[in-house]
Design a protein around this ligand. Structure first.
Ligand SMILES: *Cc1c(COP(=O)(O)O)cnc(C)c1O
Length: 404
C-alpha cells in the first residue's frame, strides 16, 4: 500500500468495523484550534478531540517533546522503567493528593485498574464480601466490560453477556440515595466530579464532601473519574481541587497526553500496596513516548497562566452562548465548569443535539453532543479569543438554520 494511495470517507464504511459513524469531513491537518479537511476547508475546533487536545493541535512544545523522545527511546516494556515515566510520576505526585502513580493507555484502562485496585484492597483488608462498587446513574467510565458494568448507561452494557456483578447505581448529586445504598460491603464509590458524557453536570461541593464522609464512615474508597474533567479542563489541575475533597484513587486520561494515548491512575500510600508485584499490568503502560509528551502537557497546563486563562475563556464562551440563547431561544441552560460546557437544548429542540453538531460542521465548526439534548464544548484550554468569537459566529449560522 503506497503512501500516496487516495482514501476518502467512503472507505470507512468499506473497511472499518461499523461501531463508529464519523462525520463526512476527513481532517488531514490541525494547528491550534483549527482543523483542515481533505478539500482544504477550515474548521474552528470547539470539540478538542472530545476534551483531549487540551493544548490544541500541533502545539510546538508538544511536537518538540514527542520528536525529541522519538529519537531516543520509544518502548522498553515494564521489565524496565524509564526516565520520562519517573519524571511525570514525580510531577503528578507533587501536584496532587497522590503518593503513587500507575500509567496505562486510556481512560477505560485507568478505571479498570482503579476498580481492580479497590476490590483487591478491600479483599486484603477486610475480605471477599467487601467488593461492592457504587456508581452514579448516567455516569460514563469507559467501554471495557468492567467499566461499562460500572457505568450508569445500560445501553453500553446490554447484549454483551453477563455483566460484572456487585455494582449498583444511585442518582448523581443525591446524598440521601448514596446513604441508603452504602454499607460495610461497599469497597468503593466512583464519581465523576463533572459528569461529561452524561450531560455536562457538575457535582456540588457539598455532595462531594458528604460522599467523602460516607466513604470514611463505611471504610470504602472514594474514586474520582477525572478522565474528562482533569488536566486543567475545569480551571484547576483536577476538578476535585475546587471542592477540597481528595479521593483515594483518581483516574486521568484524555487531556493528559494532549492527543497522545496515555492515562494514569493516582492513589495513596495507604491503598497502592494492594496492587502488589504481578497483580496487574499493561505492556505499553508508562511508555516513554507518551510520558515525555504528558510531562510537557503537565508543565504547560499546571501554571497560573493557563489555568486562569480557562476561566477567562469560559466567561467569553458562555457569554456568547447566552447571547445566542437570548436571541434564538434554542437553549434552556448553559452549564458546566471551566471549558467543559453544556448548552441544554430548549424543550422545542430536545433530541436535536446531533443535528446541531451536523449543521455546525457544515458551517465550519466542530462541537460535540452529550446525549441527545446537550451540545457540548470542550475546546483547547489555550484557544485564542478570536477563534472563540469566530466559532460563536459559525454556531449562530448553524442555529439560524436549525430554527429555520
Ligand atoms: C472518555 C471517558 C472515559 C473513557 O476513556 P477512554 O480513553 O475512551 O477509554 C472514562 N471516563 C470518563 C469520565 C470519560 O469521559
Amino acid at each position: 500500500m503506497s503512501q500516496s494511495m487516495q482514501v476518502s470517507r467512503a472507505d470507512f464504511d468499506r473497511l472499518m468495523v461499523p461501531n463508529y459513524a464519523p462525520v463526512d469531513m476527513l481532517p488531514v491537518r490541525g494547528d491550534g484550534s483549527r482543523l483542515w479537511d481533505q478539500q482544504g476547508r477550515d474548521y474552528i475546533d470547539l470539540a478538542g478531540g472530545i476534551a483531549v487536545n487540551a493544548l490544541g493541535h500541533a502545539h510546538p512544545q508538544l511536537v518538540e517533546a514527542l520528536t525529541e523522545q522519538a529519537q531516543k527511546l520509544w518502548h522498553v516494556s515494564n521489565i524496565m522503567t524509564n526516565e520520562p515515566a519517573l519524571r511525570l510520576a514525580g510531577k503528578l505526585v507533587a501536584a496532587t493528593f497522590a503518593d503513587k502513580v500507575l500509567f496505562v493507555n486510556s481512560g477505560a484502562e485507568a478505571n479498570e485498574a482503579a476498580f481492580k485496585l479497590a476490590r483487591r484492597w478491600a479483599h486484603d483488608q477486610v475480605g471477599p464480601d467487601k467488593h461492592e462498587i457504587i456508581a452514579c446513574s448516567n455516569s460514563f467510565h469507559g467501554r471495557t466490560l468492567f467499566t461499562v458494568s460500572v457505568g450508569g448507561q445500560p445501553k453500553y452494557s446490554q447484549g454483551f453477556g453477563p455483566a460484572i456483578t456487585g455494582i449498583s447505581h444511585v442518582p448523581y448529586n443525591d446524598i440521601a440515595a448514596l446513604e441508603a445504598q452504602i454499607s460495610a460491603r461497599t469497597c468503593a464509590v466512583v464519581i465523576e466530579p463533572v459528569q461529561g458524557e452524561g450531560g455536562v453536570i457538575p457535582a456540588t461541593a457539598e455532595y462531594l464532601q458528604a460522599v467523602r464522609a460516607l466513604c470514611d464512615k463505611h471504610n470504602a474508597l472514594l474514586i474520582f473519574d477525572e478522565v474528562q474533567s482533569g488536566m486543567g479542563r475545569t480551571g484547576k489541575l483536577y476538578a476535585y481541587m475546587h471542592s477540597g475533597v481528595a479521593p483515594d484513587i483518581l483516574t486521568s486520561a484524555k487531556g493528559i497526553g494532549g492527543g497522545f494515548p496515555i492515562a494514569a491512575m493516582l492513589t495513596t500510600d495507604r491503598v497502592a500496596p494492594a496492587l502488589s508485584v504481578g497483580s496487574h499490568g499493561s505492556t505499553y503502560g508508562g511508555n516513554p513516548l507518551g510520558c515525555a509528551v504528558a510531562e510537557k502537557v503537565l508543565d504547560i497546563i499546571n501554571t497560573p497562566q493557563v489555568l486562569d486563562g480557562v476561566g477567562e475563556r469560559q466567561a467569553q464562551l458562555t457569554a456568547g452562548l447566552r447571547q445566542l440563547s437570548d436571541e434564538l431561544g434554542v437553549f434552556s441552560d448553559i452549564r458546566g465548569q471551566g471549558l467543559l460546557i453544556g448548552a441544554v437544548l430548549a424543550e422545542r429542540w430536545r433530541g436535536e443535539a446531533g443535528q446541531v453538531m451536523k449543521l455546525a460542521q457544515e458551517e465550519g465548526l466542530l462541537v460535540l453532543q452529550a446525549g441527545a439534548d446537550v451540545v457540548r464544548f470542550a475546546p483547547s484550554l489555550i484557544i485564542p479569543e478570536a477563534d472563540i468569537r469566530e466559532g460563536l459566529g459559525r454556531l449562530r449560522s448553524a442555529l439560524l438554520r436549525l430554527v429555520g
